[in-house]
Design a protein around this ligand. Structure first.
Ligand SMILES: Nc1ncnc2c1ncn2[C@@H]1O[C@H](COP(=O)(O)OP(=O)(O)OP(=O)(O)O)[C@@H](O)[C@H]1O
Ligand SMILES: [Mg+2]
Length: 396
C-alpha cells in the first residue's frame, strides 16, 4: 500500500499514531496535576521495563500533559560519559531558562515572587558558566543556588520558585529518561531535592523511565527512594490492546486488516510495542492493497519483520558487546526467555566461581543489555534476545 501513508512507526522514541494501553499512567499524571492544583502533594511516576516497550514515548506524553497545564517542566538526558555531571547540569540550566521565559511571558508584569524566582534561576544559570541571559531585566540573586553543587543549589532553586508555582497552582517537574544511567551525584541531588520538597510542600517532582533495574538503582542511591515514587512496570500490551495497536493506525488512514491478519501479527509480536510497529510497517509495505491487509500479507510480513528486527533492533544491540560478552550472552540464551542463574553460567562458560563472571556481567549491565532480575540471576533487557541469538549466532 502507499508507503508514504504507512502509519506504523518502528524506531526508538517514535511517537505512535495510536498510543494504546497506557491510559492508567496518563490518568495518574492528570490526577497528580489536579492534586497539585488543589495544593496537595502526590507521588510521581517511575516507569521501568524492557527495551522497546514504549517508556520514552510514554514519558514524553506525560511531560506534554503537564506542559499543557502550564507546569514548569524540563528533561535531563542521562548518559554514561566522562562529563556526565556537567552535561546534566547544563540540561537543567537550559531547561530552566526556557521555563523561566515561559513563566515570565504568562504574566503582564513581574511581581515580587516572580522576580525572586527569576533572580535565583539567573544566578543558578550563571554558576553553570553558560552565562546565557534570561532576556528579562532581573538581577541574579547572588548567593542563591550558585554554589555549583547541585545538591545544595537545587533545593534553594525550588524553594525560590515554589511561591510563583503555588500562586499559579502548578508544579515543577524534571523528566529523566534512561534514569539508571544518570550520573550518581545528579541522581542523588534530584532524589534528595524531591525529598526536601515533600517535607516543605514545594511542588517539585521527578519523573523517570528506565530499565527493570531502576527500582534497585534508585534504592541504592537513596534509601527513601522506594517510598518517593509510584513505580509502574511498563510491559507488553495485552491482546485487545495489541489488536488496537494494529487496527487504529490503519483505520486512521482509511484502511483495515482482516481478523486472520491481526491474529497472526499479534502472535508474532508477542504484544511488544516495538515489534508491533515493525510487523505493522512490513505488512503495510507488502500488502498490494488498496486498503486491506490480509492473512497472506501478514504471513509474508511476519518473515520480513523478523528479518528487519534481526538486522536492526537485535543486531545493533548484539554488536555493542565484545566477543567475550557475546559468549556470555550466548550462554544466557540457552535459557531462552527465562532468566539465567549465575551457577548455570559458571558451568556453561567453564569458570570456577561466580566472581569469575563479574567483569563481563558488570560491563553488559553497564551497556544496558542485561540486568539482575533477582539475586544470583540475570536476564536480557531486550525482549526475545535469546531467540535472536539462538537463531543467528549459535555457532559464531
Ligand atoms: N503504547 C504504545 N502503543 C503502540 N506503540 C507504541 C506504544 N508505545 C511505544 N510504541 C512504539 O514502540 C516503539 C518503542 O518505543 P520507545 O522508544 O518509547 O520504547 P522504550 O521502552 O523507550 O525503548 P528503549 O528501552 O529501547 O529506550 C516505537 O516504535 C513506538 O512507536
Ligand atoms: Mg527509551
Amino acid at each position: 500500500m502507499d508507503a508514504a501513508a504507512n502509519p506504523y512507526t518502528p524506531g526508538a522514541g517514535m511517537v505512535p499514531v495510536a498510543l494504546v494501553g497506557r491510559t492508567g499512567e496518563i490518568e495518574a499524571v492528570r490526577a497528580l496535576a489536579d492534586r497539585v492544583w488543589n495544593g496537595l502533594a502526590s507521588r510521581s511516576l517511575m516507569l521501568h521495563g524492557l527495551r522497546g516497550v514504549g517508556k520514552t514515548v510514554l514519558l514524553r506524553t506525560l511531560q506534554r500533559e503537564l506542559d499543557a497545564r502550564e507546569w514548569l517542566t524540563l528533561s535531563v538526558e542521562a548518559q554514561r560519559d566522562s562529563d556526565a555531571r556537567g552535561v546534566a547540569r547544563q540540561h537543567l540550566e537550559r531547561g530552566l531558562l526556557a521555563g523561566a521565559r515561559r513563566l515570565a511571558s504568562r504574566s503582564e508584569r513581574a511581581g515580587e515572587k516572580l522576580r525572586t524566582a527569576l533572580g535565583t534561576i539567573s544566578s543558578f544559570s550563571l554558576s553553570v558558566g553558560a552565562g546565557v541571559s534570561l532576556g528579562i531585566d532581573v538581577q541574579p540573586a547572588r548567593g542563591r543556588a550558585d554554589s555549583g553543587q547541585l545538591e545544595f543549589d537545587l533545593p534553594e532553586l525550588i524553594q525560590d520558585i515554589a511561591p510563583v508555582l503555588d500562586e499559579r497552582h502548578v508544579g515543577f517537574a524534571v523528566f529523566v529518561d534512561e534514569i539508571q544511567d544518570l550520573e550518581t551525584s545528579t541522581l542523588t541531588a534530584l532524589l534528595s531535592a524531591q525529598h526536601q520538597a515533600a517535607q516543605n510542600q514545594w511542588p517539585f517532582y521527578v519523573f523517570g523511565a528506565g530499565l527493570p533495574s531502576v527500582p534497585s538503582v534508585l534504592a541504592e542511591a537513596r534509601s527513601y527512594a522506594e517510598r518517593q515514587f509510584e513505580y509502574r512496570e511498563i510491559g507488553r500490551l495485552d491482546d485487545p490492546d495489541a489488536r488496537n495497536a494494529y487496527l487504529d493506525p490503519a483505520r486512521a488512514k482509511g484502511a483495515g486488516l482482516t481478523t486472520d491478519a491481526i491474529d497472526r501479527l499479534v502472535r508474532v509480536s508477542g504484544g511488544y510495542p516495538y515489534f508491533i510497529q515493525e510487523f505493522g510497517h512490513q505488512a503495510w509495505q507488502i500488502a498490494p492493497g488498496p486498503t486491506m491487509i490480509t492473512g497472506d500479507d501478514a504471513r509474508l510480513a511476519a518473515d520480513a519483520g523478523l528479518d528487519a528486527l534481526d538486522s536492526g533492533f537485535f543486531r545493533a544491540r548484539w554488536q555493542r558487546a565484545t566477543k567475550a560478552e557475546q559468549r556470555f550472552m550466548r550462554a544466557m540464551a540457552v535459557d531462552e526467555d527465562a532468566p539465567s542463574t549465575l551457577t548455570a553460567l559458571v558451568d556453561r562458560l567453564d569458570k570456577r566461581k561466580p566472581s569469575d563472571l563479574s567483569v563481563a556481567r558488570r560491563d553488559l549491565i553497564a551497556k544496558g543489555l542485561i540486568y539482575a532480575s533477582a539475586r544470583g540471576e540475570l536476564a536480557f533487557t531486550v525482549p526475545h534476545m535469546a531467540s535472536y541469538i539462538n537463531r543467528r549466532h549459535l555457532d559464531d
